[in-house]
Design a protein around this ligand. Structure first.
Ligand code: M6R
Length: 605
């Protein structure tokens, strides 16, 4: 989704902003732009281009010097990708420049009013209305002008504003779309994502909704949109700049799949308590008495995080014996759900900024619910909005498609389930059994990753399929859902996931040699039932790829994964299927890190 980066200081700003934009490329975008100035320059200089950041770079003139600037990567919402619709947008006199993430809901009304007042628009975007509102504001200072403009605006924004008459500052504002300040030595940065900042500074301030900031080269201050000063103490980002590099891999997806053994080790580190066969989760903010009072757990997330939540719900039910289920956050908030005081709500999100999840959390909090977060990005909006939670410590996930974060989120749920189980009625021996299983995971993941050549071979055998079916039973079903999402996101092969038990209630009609089935077949109490489903598919001449703990004779191919405790098997069974999607997409020549139409972090509705 759109990205913002800005700088004010003494350095040559254009190369710095272009580098920042490159670091945001992973979020998905279709055009880019940059505007700069300097204390000595007369006015603003802007360059924009439809296409990639390298297309923008090619247009930047040789002499394009400045020490203050803002830049943007746009993901089209209002108006098609084009040079004119790219950000920054300028007012008619070319004095005010704005870059914006989010959606201005009342843009049509504002545009009609401004047009009636004689404003001529240069783009089809919602953002341009904000520029003209700022340019027409009567207030004296840039901060007041922005504030005056925002009073007319409904919707979500993370925005950065420059004004030719105020070249010593950048003013930024946040409402529903992330804005992070980077604090340097006599230089300040702003971005929509720390990825664009960490190579320059790891001291950051994350703005809250309703907050604004003024950045000057040697100073910054934060305040509310009403003007009252807020306190902002910089925190240090843990993630190193190198974690955002490709590290010798051809794609971020491959790098992130390969990092999973270490990532799982990190989510476990320091949390296991062997003495009481439990785990400690520091930030949960839920004492034993409160945990015992929980009657139901509802997990909310989107996409891959929702699938991780489905596995999480299964873990909680089996280990803690608390009724639990997961639902897409995007659906939940529109059905006026009954908010029950005895239900514990858990919001799951890698980015911690997904608008649908954040809005669901805010709705729940408004209705008095207790909400925990299972989040990867420390200090993100959902992490701050939640009453407590568990960080998944996967490290930065750059690829649009989620892999290591999915795995770590499921492990984080296993920890939570174990913790809740041990203060309810999970036995010491079962606690020990799960802990032993958790400890085995990093080595077992490494073992699966070592079979990549075989998975590649199998992927190439299926790469020509028009469509694929994924089936799994009970714990295996969310694995099937996630594997089918992975495949469709990066290969664009149509894929459907079904509970294996539902096959004969309809989808069996689709089975024929041209529709391969990927079946999750763990060696557990449901093995025979799963084998019966394989028989049914084989009887219709369907091709089968099984993911199992041992070779499946009914399958055309089997990817064998090591066995763990049955509750933890879904964690391992998902990993070869990430590589299956990866190598299928690779064999089809897809742009794996930048799948079409998708963005890493969906901060708009
Ligand atoms: O950052 P989040 O976990 O909240 O993101 C939720 C989904 O948008 C995300 O998981 C999406 O489904 C990914 N493209 C999955 O690969």
């Amino acid at each position: 989704m759109c990205g913002i980066v800005g700088y004010i200081g003494k350095r040559d700003v254009a190369p710095l902003l272009l580098e920042g934009l490159q670091r945001l490329e992973y979020r998905g975008y279709d055009s880019a732009g940059i505007v700069i100035t300097s204390p000595k320059a007369a006015g603003l200089r802007m360059v924009k281009a439809k296409g990639r950041v390298r297309d923008l770079e090619a247009r930047v003139p040789k002499r394009f010097a400045g020490t203050t600037g803002i830049a943007h990567t746009r993901w089209a919402t209002h108006g098609a990708p084009s040079d004119d619709n790219s950000h920054p947008h300028l007012d008619t006199e070319g004095k005010v420049a704005v870059v914006h993430n989010g959606i201005i809901d009342n843009a049509d009304d504002l545009r009609a009013k401004l047009t009636a007042d004689g404003v001529v628009f240069a783009s089809e975007t919602d953002t341009e209305t904000v520029v003209h509102l700022i340019a027409r504001a009567q207030a004296e200072t840039l901060e007041e002008k922005v504030r005056e403009a925002l009073r007319h605006v409904e919707g979500t924004y993370g925005l950065a504003v420059m004004h030719a008459d105020f070249p010593d500052r950048i003013v930024v504002a946040r409402n529903g779309s992330p804005v992070v300040l980077g604090i340097g030595e006599k230089e300040m940065f702003v971005a929509s994502d720390v990825a664009a900042l960490v190579s320059h500074t790891r001291q950051i301030v994350t703005l809250d909704d309703g907050e604004m900031a003024t950045l000057k080269a040697d100073d910054f201050r934060t305040y509310t949109t009403e003007g009252s000063t807020t306190s902002a103490t910089p925190t240090t980002v843990e993630w190193e700049a190198e974690s955002y590099d490709m590290g010798g891999h051809d794609t971020y997806m491959h790098k992130e799949i390969s990092e999973q053994a270490d990532a799982v080790d990190r989510v476990l580190r320091g949390r296991i308590d062997d003495r009481f066969s439990t785990v400690h989760l520091g930030g949960l903010n839920l004492d034993a008495r409160e945990a015992r009072g929980v009657r139901r757990i509802k997990i909310l997330g989107c996409g891959t995080s929702y699938h991780a939540g489905l596995i999480g719900a299964g873990l909680i039910e089996s280990l803690a014996r608390i009724p639990a289920d997961a639902e897409p956050a995007s659906e939940f908030r529109y059905r006026n759900p009954v908010v029950d005081p005895d239900t514990l709500y858990i919001a799951v999100s890698q980015s911690g900024e997904t608008y649908d999840v954040l809005a669901a959390v805010q709705e729940l909090k408004r209705k008095g619910a207790r909400v925990l977060g299972v989040v990867n990005v420390v200090g993100s909006a959902i992490a701050r909005e939640a009453d407590g939670g568990v960080y998944v410590h996967a490290g930065p996930e750059v690829c649009v498609v989620s892999t290591k974060c999915f795995t770590n989120t499921v492990v984080a749920f296993a920890l939570l389930a174990l913790h809740l189980g041990r203060i309810r009625d999970l036995s010491v021996s079962d606690g020990k059994r799960i802990i032993e299983g958790l400890r085995k995971l990093p080595e077992q993941i490494a073992e699966i990753l070592r079979t990549e050549d075989r998975i590649k071979e199998v992927a190439e055998a299926y790469a020509g399929a028009q469509s694929m079916m994924f089936i799994g039973r009970v714990r295996g079903y969310p694995v099937a859902l996630e594997a089918s999402l992975k495949l469709k996101e990066i290969s664009y092969i149509h894929a459907e996931a079904y509970p294996a038990s539902e096959l004969k209630h309809g989808p069996l009609a689709l089975i024929e040699p041209a529709l391969p089935t990927v079946a999750i077949v763990p060696d557990d109490d449901l093995l025979e039932k799963n084998r019966a489903a394989l028989e049914e598919i084989k009887a219709r001449s369907g091709r089968i790829l099984a993911v199992a703990h041992r070779e499946q004779e009914k399958a055309d191919h089997t990817l064998v994964v090591p066995k763990n405790e049955p509750e933890l098997d879904p964690i391992l069974m998902g990993i070869p299927l990430q590589l299956l999607a990866y190598h299928t997409a690779l064999a089809m020549g897809r742009d794996i890190d930048k799948p079409r139409n998708l963005a890493k972090s969906v901060t708009v509705e």
